[in-house]
Ligand binder design. Structure first.
Ligand code: ZN
Length: 476
């Protein structure tokens, strides 16, 4: 009995005291945690997460506890975030949790190239026009677009990584509402002299659905060149759906005011092109000359060697390659006789290396009548005119100018008019033009000039050693 009391006294009572003390500490002194706001929160992507915190309070109303948070919410990233709030109180740690879900609810966007409604040629397969898909969260989803083909529609479907789906439909309308495109080569308003020969300059017709319809073009009307008057030629073409395009050409047969003499029927036009070659213009100039069976003269300068093939091509196709200048810099070329010949020899050697031929026909930069050379050397043009002849060169100026290099021409009809108005059966027509880079106005006038010449009794030729020299008046 005694031992039992002893035990109770020395072990049991202290345990009881500890338990009572512990329980009261736990229930009374240690804090309780309570979330401010909901324990489960759903946010849209990029929303702001507003941390409401927790309340920590013990039974005695004490709130001075340090609550810490474990975990973070990244609202720029889709996901489920768990936040742990905890507080340490003596040997105990109290915890509470909050779940925050960040969701992407915005579906992707699909953009259709050429619109949501498209005309498709009858009896043809629709050719995909292209599309793109982007998502606010996943970025470019174009590769993930699924295509569903219907009889008269195409559906485009795409899903983002949060399963938001977008479907866009393109309506296919089987029809051909576009008439063929009919283009007349040469002038739509022509003037030709009485008793000359009318040559059709040609035309092309293409249709969006039927392709090349040039062979289907019908021409009505005719030109009687033995009778003065205005003649109208009508060109017409229809596609399979019956869309018709019509164009007209007006040809005026006239008696030139200067007495027209049939004996000059064989006078010649020498087309000359300065300052080339150029990648954009020279090949097309050569194409037109070839198609029209016309030879011309190219007064070349130094350009990048990648353009040498154009000099070779022009030479091989029977055109004359003549020398203009290596640098085309007036201050350099006209500083002295030696400087001029250094420059000339440089371009001569370059051309010779390309063609393997001999090139002695030249044109002075600015022409022999230029006055700009006065700025660099008084009297140099007179000296060069003599000296070039002494050294076996022959120079050509011009007596018809296209005005296409700072000469006032603003478009192809200016170029055309500048040339045709100054052609004459009573002279050697040397026509100055430029195959400069991007000089489209000259390119676009060229065929018309040739057609005009042919219609009006001219021949075309490249300058050679039989061509009468055309010189301007030396002014320095
Ligand atoms: Zn020039």
């Amino acid at each position: 009995m005694k031992r039992w009391i002893k035990f109770l006294f020395f072990v049991g009572i202290p345990i009881c005291i500890l338990v009572i003390f512990g329980l009261s500490y736990y229930f009374g002194i240690s804090p309780r945690l309570k979330l401010n706001g909901k324990d489960k929160i759903e946010l849209n992507l990029n929303d702001k997460y507003d941390e409401k915190g927790v309340i920590a309070k013990n039974l005695f109303g004490n709130t001075k506890f340090k609550v810490k948070v474990k975990g973070k919410v990244n609202t720029n990233k889709v996901g489920t975030y768990k936040l742990e709030y905890y507080v340490k109180s003596g040997i105990l740690t109290k915890k509470i949790y909050r779940i925050v879900e960040v969701k992407d609810k915005i579906p992707p966007t699909i953009t259709l190239i050429n619109g949501n409604e498209i005309n498709v040629c009858p009896n043809t397969e629709y050719v995909e026009q292209g599309y793109s898909a982007t998502d606010n969260y996943d970025g470019d989803l174009t590769d993930k677009v699924e295509i569903i083909k219907g009889k008269d529609f195409i559906k485009y479907r795409v899903k983002d990584s949060s399963n938001n789906t977008t479907v866009v439909e393109r309506k296919l309308i089987y029809c051909d509402k576009d008439a063929p495109i009919l283009e007349l080569k040469g002038q739509e308003n022509m003037r030709i002299t009485k008793y000359s020969k009318y040559l059709e300059s040609g035309y092309t017709a293409t249709d969006n659905c039927d392709g090349d319809l040039t062979a289907n073009v019908s021409v009505t009307g005719s030109v009687n060149t033995s009778k003065e008057g205005t003649y109208i030629l009508t060109y017409s073409v229809s596609d399979k759906e019956g869309n018709i395009t019509t164009k007209t050409r007006t040809v005026k047969v006239y008696i030139p005011s200067t007495s027209y003499n049939p004996q000059y029927q064989n006078s010649t036009i020498y087309l000359t092109f300065d300052d080339g070659p150029s990648a954009s213009i020279t090949p097309k100039v050569l194409d037109i000359l070839k198609e029209e069976g016309v030879k011309a003269t190219f007064f070349v300068i130094n350009h990048n060697d990648s353009l040498n093939y154009l000099i070779k091509r022009a030479y091989d196709e029977g055109h004359t390659i003549a020398l203009h200048s290596y640098t085309h810099k007036y201050n350099l070329v006209y500083s002295s006789v030696d400087a001029y010949f250094n420059d000339l020899t440089a371009i001569e050697n370059k051309v010779k290396n390309i063609t393997g031929g001999t090139h002695k026909i030249i044109r002075f930069p600015g022409g022999s009548s230029n006055t700009i050379s006065k700025n660099y050397n008084i009297g140099i043009m007179s000296a060069l005119v003599r000296e070039t002849a002494n050294r076996g060169y022959i120079y050509y100026d011009w007596n018809v100018s296209a005005g296409d290099a700072g000469g006032g021409a603003k478009n192809s009809s200016d170029v055309y008019n500048n040339v045709v108005k100054n052609l004459s059966h009573n002279k050697t027509n040397i026509v100055l033009m430029h195959d400069l880079e991007k000089n489209y106005m000259t390119l676009n006038a060229l065929r018309d000039i040739i057609v005009y010449g042919k219609n009006n009794g001219y021949k075309f030729a490249a300058i050679d050693n039989t061509t009468p020299q055309v010189k301007q008046k030396v002014a320095n």
